[in-house]
Every structure is written in C-alpha cells, then in structure tokens.
Ligand binder design. Structure first.
Ligand code: F6R
Length: 604
C-alpha cells in the first residue's frame, strides 16, 4: 500500500522523484522520504531525508541535493506508527545501503534476532528495516556485487515485497525486486524509472515493463536488465500505455474524485465501445458454464453483487458473489467452473490470492480490471479491461460504473452463448446501456438536484441506505462511498430486512436514503419509506423521473432520468457518489485521501 519510485538518468533526480511520488500519494500518505547518491568533497554520499506527514511536508523541509540517481517512498503504515524513524528509506547501521519497501516481511522478527546477534542495531519498529541490514551482510560475501547481494537477501524474505535498493559504492546502479507487490519499470528519453504504478511516470514516459513476481532488475546508465530472482533470464515485453498525463491530473477540479465522477459519460462509452474487442477474446467454452462465482473486495464486490442478479437474469444459472477475503478461507464444497475476479487496480492481494487458489483447483478464471499488465492479469486465464482511464481518488467512482457495465455485458453474453437469451435480447442490453449513459449525462447536468439535499445530510452522524433486488448492492455502495469519504456512519441494508432489527435505530436524527425502482419491488420500497417516516426519520428517495407516488411518502426526492429498471444502478450510483462527495466536501474532509485508507490494498 506504500508508493515507491526510483530514477537514474541525466536529469536532476530530486524534482522527478518528488513529482512522481506525489502522484502515488493515494497509495499512502502518513510519511515519506527520499534517498539520493551524490558526490560531496570527492566522496560518494548516500543522502537520506524523511518526514512524517504528507509529501508536502517533506518537500517544504528537505534540502536540495544535486544528484542523478535516487528513490523515494510514501508510506501507509503496517508495522510501527507513522513517524520519522519508521518512514522509508531505511539503511544499515553504517549508512551504506538504503532500501524502500512496499509489502510485509512475515519473517522479519526471526531475521531481526539473527541480525542482532551479529551486532546489527535497529532503530525503527518496521519489518522493512531488516532488508538493508541483510543486504549489508550478504554484500560482504558477494565481492562487491550489489545485484547478487540483493538476490541472496530476497531469497531469505518471506511475505510480500517490492523493494528498491541504493548502495554508496554503486553510484550508477539501482537494484529492485518484486514478490506479490506491484512494480513497473519505465524507459524515457531522459533516463530509466521505477514506480508502484504507471500513473506516477506518465509525465516522463509511456513505455513500461511490468515486473512479475520473482523478478529482479538492475537499472544503470546504460540500460535495464531483468532476471528471475531464482536465476535465469526473464523476457518481459515493453508496453506502450495509452493513458496521458492529462488523464492522471486534476484538470481544474478541486479533487480527483469529482473529476472522475464527471468523467463517467466518457469512461462508460469507452467500456462499451471496448466491449467489441473484449467479446472476441471470450472462449467458446463459456457456453458450457452452468454456475459461476464472482470474487472481489469493497466497491468491486458491490459491482459483483449486481453481477449476480444480472447473471441470474440473463443466464438462468445460480451465481454467487463472494468477498475475496472470505472466499479464501471458506470450505469449498464444489468447484465453480467459471470464476470471475473483479479488481480495478488488479493488485488487491486478497483477490489475487483467491484467483491463485481457484486456478490451482482447476477452475476457469476470468478477471476484470482497469490496469493493463497488473498482477491479476497474470493470475487469471483471461482478462477483460474496463478502459475507464486512470482513477486516482482513493474512493472508486468511474471504475465502479464501468464494472457495472461490464457485468451487464458479460452476463448477457454468457446468456446468449448458452442459448438462454436470444441475439436480439443480447443486443438490446447494449442499447439499454447507451440509455444509461445518457441518464448519467442527465444526472451530471442537473447536479443542483443533489446539491439541494447535501446540507440536510451533512450534519448526520448515522444514516441508512435502503434498496431492494438489483439496487440492494447499489445501496451498499452508496453507504460505503458516504462513510469512507465523509466519515458519517452509514449502513446499506436490504429494505425488507429493516424491520428485523435495524428499525430500532431509527430516530428523527437518522436520515434514510431509499432507492426506488419501477419494477416488482416498487410497492414494497414505498412501504419501507412509509415505515421509516412513521418513526420520524427523514427520508430521501432517489426515484425515476415521472414518478407520481413517491412524493406522497416523502417530500425529499431526487429524480433520475428514466432507464429500464434493471439498468437503474448506473444513474443511481452517480447520484450517490455526488451526494457523498458534496457532503464530504462541506464537512471539510480529505476526499482524495480518506484517513487510514489507500487505493491499492496490496496487503492481506
Ligand atoms: C472504495 C474502494 C475500495 C476498493 C477495494 C478493492 O471506494 O475503492 O473498496 O473497491 O479496495 O479494490 P480493487 O477494485 O482495486 O480490487
């Protein structure tokens, strides 16, 4: 969950490192640091500077060092509180080796004891600090070969890591290695780069090499060399990424999240038009599927839950949606022939481990991600891409609606392949999705409707989001969005379950958001709104335009443009994102970087 960058080339390293690191701040923001190699009075010096707090603190307090080789880190604490000592880079006692690390070293306590017995002194409470000490030990026996010393070191590490290493005796070399934590290399006209993900480097290059688990690399002024940690060559292709720097910047918006909310008509169009080429990659064997399971975490799991309803509708087969962190530890009574893994980042460790497990058991695995070359693409048999463009805000918005769209597309495709629905029905799904995109445009054009309700919501401390059937997961997602960015405690609930317990919590200070759909659940949800109003709770209904009934139950209604009811999660989700965003903004919250959260959850 930390962010790492490295640079070697002809340019001044420090501004490149700080600029790139800031673009990774969504991965962690409790402390940061840089390490540079420079020449001072004829001697090579390893200069390390680190600070607690956001990168801006480091930037404003650091000393400028002239250097053309360095690395930087932004931390999301797992072992040891966020302070200056625990911040990366970490060094050995003599200050000859510096390391930045993303991941968790499971056997660090054992290694620490062993190193202490050899006289090593540790300063921090982190697991990462053992790495530079181990490298220093291994370096002694490696005849001055840093690459080999790192190789021997990582052989001893258990857990997950993406590490970058600098050594005082090697002013023209950076060594890095990865195992279960993301890392890409970039090649630009002015030097070579390392980063946790491509968005950090779009200003400098569009050419990337995605390291795989068990890979290590040496970056020198002459080029980049990649090998397997176990020994032997690693042929990894260089890929051109289509994302532009503009895609990864705020473009005049106050936060990335609101920019990304407004990008949804475009991102949804991209998902839909990309479907034509995705469809061609789908194996014919899908027509033999008779059950499926969808696995994901957080917001992606909510998209998977919507997918469950859609698969059941379009294919008639039983489908389960499971949280990756639970699925991994469950007893599996049967193997699911078709396993779908949804992860926008492609790096969520729980989802990756679940995919690995499913593949081992012989299931056909399919992933849906937004990030080209991300880890999940190697852990599954086939990958479908969302094409939403980079999403920087920690709270997912545009990738969620693209995931929803993908659920409509893939479920109807499987239904068509198995003969459960006709070609015309399959094609009509795509027509309805175009209607849903127009509905999203309508929502975004008339944002005053949402703004009018924000003030009312802003002061709440607890709230309920209610939905039924296909909009039950939409309610869960609306509640998650509100709680993670505004810190208002919200619970998403299937509306029918309210009277089985939670009704006890309703008071006149507990707002309820009720999602109304013009389908077989319509009368029931109106009844639920009545139940809440009768307990004095203020209810905000989100209902289709043209509805005449709902206003008889509550005078707070946000209307969304008409879409076929099954497609209503798409425009409703955008309304709920806007509600969460503006409520959080009025409460003065750090919307793009909510406390304790990080965008890619690369730890279990
Ligand atoms: C919430 C959010 C998270 C992610 C979850 C999975 O707004 O973004 O709940 O959905 O961490 O992330 P991915 O999709 O990258 O696997």
């Amino acid at each position: 969950m930390c962010g790492i960058v490295g640079y070697i080339g002809p340019s001044d390293a420090l501004p490149i490192l700080v600029d790139s690191l800031k673009r990774l701040e969504y991965r962690g923001y409790d402390s940061s640091g840089v390490a540079l190699l420079n020449i001072d009075k004829g001697r090579i010096v390893l200069n390390v500077q680190k600070r607690p707090g956001q990168i801006s603190v480091l930037e404003s307090q650091m000393e400028h060092i002239d250097s053309s080789i360095g690395m930087a880190h932004t931390r999301w604490a797992t072992h040891g509180i966020p302070n200056q000592i625990n911040a990366h880079p970490h060094t050995d006692d003599k200050g000859t080796v510096a390391v930045i690390h993303n991941g968790i070293i499971d056997n660090h306590l054992k290694l620490k004891e062993e190193l202490k017995s050899k006289g090593h002194v540790f300063l921090s409470q982190t697991d990462s600090e053992v790495i530079p000490h181990l490298i220093a030990e291994e370096y002694k026996g490696s005849n001055g070969d840093l690459f080999e010393a790192v190789r021997k070191t990582v052989h001893r590490l258990e857990g997950s890591y993406a590490i970058v290493v600098l050594h005082r005796d090697h002013p023209d070399q950076i060594v890095c290695a990865r195992e279960k934590s993301p890392m890409v290399l970039g090649k630009g006209v002015k030097g070579s780069f390392i980063a946790s993900d491509v968005t950090a480097l779009l200003k400098y290059t569009n050419r990337f090499l995605y390291l795989e688990d068990g890979d290590m690399a040496s970056l020198t002024r002459d080029g980049i060399h990649v090998e397997r940690i176990a020994g032997g060559p690693a042929e990894r292709p260089w890929k051109e990424v289509e994302w532009s720097l503009e895609d990864a910047e705020k473009g005049g918006f106050k936060h990335y999240m609101i920019k990304e909310i407004y990008e949804q008509p475009r991102s949804l169009h991209q998902t839909l038009s990309g479907w034509r080429s995705e469809e061609e990659t789908l194996p014919k064997s899908l027509s033999k599927a008779n059950t499926a399971r969808i696995i994901a975490c957080g917001t992606s799991y909510h998209a998977g839950m919507v997918g469950k309803y859609l698969f059941e509708k379009y294919t008639g087969m039983p489908v389960e949606a499971s949280m990756a962190s639970e699925y991994r530890f469950a007893d599996h009574v049967r193997e699911d022939p078709l396993m779908l893994f949804i992860t926008q980042s492609g790096e969520t460790l729980d989802t990756i481990m679940a995919a690995r497990e499913a593949r081992k058991r012989g299931s056909r695995t399919l992933s849906i991600t937004n990030v080209l070359g991300s880890t999940i693409t190697r852990e599954t048999d086939l990958t479908l891409y969302l094409r939403s463009g980079p999403e920087i805000g920690v709270a997912a918005s545009k990738t969620f609606t693209s995931q929803l769209m993908m659920m409509y597309l893939i479920s109807s495709y499987v239904g068509f392949s198995t003969g459960y629905i006709s070609r015309d029905e399959y094609r009509s799904v795509q027509g309805h999705l175009r209607t849903a995109i127009r509905a999203v445009e309508g929502v975004l054009k008339d944002v005053t409707k949402v703004m009018g309700q924000v003030e009312w919501f802003k002061g709440a401390e607890n709230a309920f989001y209610l939905g039924r059937y296909i909009n039950y997961p939409t309610a869960l997602e609306g509640a998650l969005k509100m709680k993670e960015i505004s810190y208002i405690h919200c619970e998403g609930y299937p509306a029918g379950e309210l009277k089985h317990g939670p009704l006890a919590l309703l008071t006149d200070r507990t707002p309820v958001v009720a999602l109304v759909t013009n389908d077989h659940t319509y009368d029931k949800i109106l009844g639920n709104i009545g139940e809440c109003s009768a307990r004095g709770s203020p209810v905000l209904a989100i209902a289709p335009e043209g509805d005449r009934e709902v206003s008889k139950y509550t005078d707070r209604v946000i209307y969304y443009p008409q879409v076929p009811p099954l497609f209503s999660p798409i425009p409703i989700s955008v309304i709920l994102q806007l509600l969460a965003y503006h409520a959080a903004d009025q409460r003065g919250c750090a919307i793009d970087k909510p406390r304790n959260l990080a965008k890619s959850v690369t730890v279990e």
